[in-house]
Ligand binder design. Structure first.
Ligand SMILES: [Zn+2]
Ligand SMILES: [Zn+2]
Length: 254
């Protein structure tokens, strides 16, 4: 299966690389400037995302993920360097974000088939020190295209959204998408999650690009997710163990 990735051209300088053949449906994004390119998230790591990226640009590619969870960093091993937020700076080295066994189970559970050249037994957790440590409001400079780092903890402590200033695109990782939003991990923080949504809800956003599921989102999903978290807070249930809350377009697991 050579076409593991579905490539969608969002505009002349922006692509989504999606893994629809796995039930996680992760999306990675390639943003091209006039000097450098940026890969936001690198997918499951079962097919070579670097080859796909190199078909789309000759520029140097900066790699980062919205957070260090297995389904967003699988392709990091194919690149020499990556950036990470300071709160997760050791998650690719000392602090395992998921066990190898758990990742393998998740991979198998979500796929009917894998690419021919993928060998599950050879899958390893990639360990490497980051090249650059990011913090809130840092700018990633691609030349004529500046991408702002917005620290949005909650799903994980070093989660970031990326804001493409000129195009008014926001890449929201696992903070907002259509489906179940996860704030139940031991390293999740439901109150931070709400505060992060509040932080981005009034941004001037033309398009929202999520880490999973449907790419067809209205920017209003951000304030709606914020309102949902606020609703849970008003019920006194914005804490771990409160369970699953259903708001049609998304559900929230605490
Ligand atoms: Zn995640
Ligand atoms: Zn994810």
């Amino acid at each position: 299966m050579s076409n593991w990735f579905s490539i969608e051209k969002i505009d002349k300088i922006t692509y989504a690389l999606s893994e629809y053949k796995h039930s996680e449906i992760p999306h990675s994004y390639l943003l091209i400037g006039n000097e450098k390119a940026l890969l936001i998230d690198s997918g499951l790591g079962v097919s070579n995302i670097r080859e796909e990226v190199e078909k789309l640009t000759d520029l140097e590619v900066i790699v980062l993920s919205t957070h260090i969870h297995w389904d967003h960093v699988g392709g990091h091993k194919l690149f020499d360097k990556y950036y990470v937020h300071e709160n997760e700076k050791n998650w690719m080295t000392e602090k395992p974000f998921f066990t190898l066994e758990c990742i393998k189970q998740n991979l198998v559970r979500g796929a009917n088939e894998f690419p021919k050249d993928f060998v599950l037994d050879d899958y390893e957790i990639f360990k490497k020190e980051p090249e650059r440590i990011l913090k809130d409001e840092d700018i990633i400079d691609l030349g004529d295209r500046k991408i702002k780092v917005i620290h949005t903890p909650g799903h994980s402590p070093g989660h970031i959204c990326l804001y493409d200033i000129k195009n008014k695109y926001i890449f929201t990782g696992d903070l907002v998408y259509r489906g179940t939003l996860y704030a139940f991990f031991p390293t999740s923080n439901p109150v931070d999650f709400k505060n992060s949504l509040e932080k981005i809800k009034d941004l001037d956003v033309k398009r929202v690009f999520p880490g999973h599921n449907s790419l067809d989102l209205s920017p209003s999903i951000i304030p709606r997710a914020y309102e949902a978290f606020k609703d849970i807070e008003e019920k006194g249930m914005l804490k771990h163990g409160s369970g699953l809350f259903d708001y049609d377009e998304f559900r929230i697991l605490l």
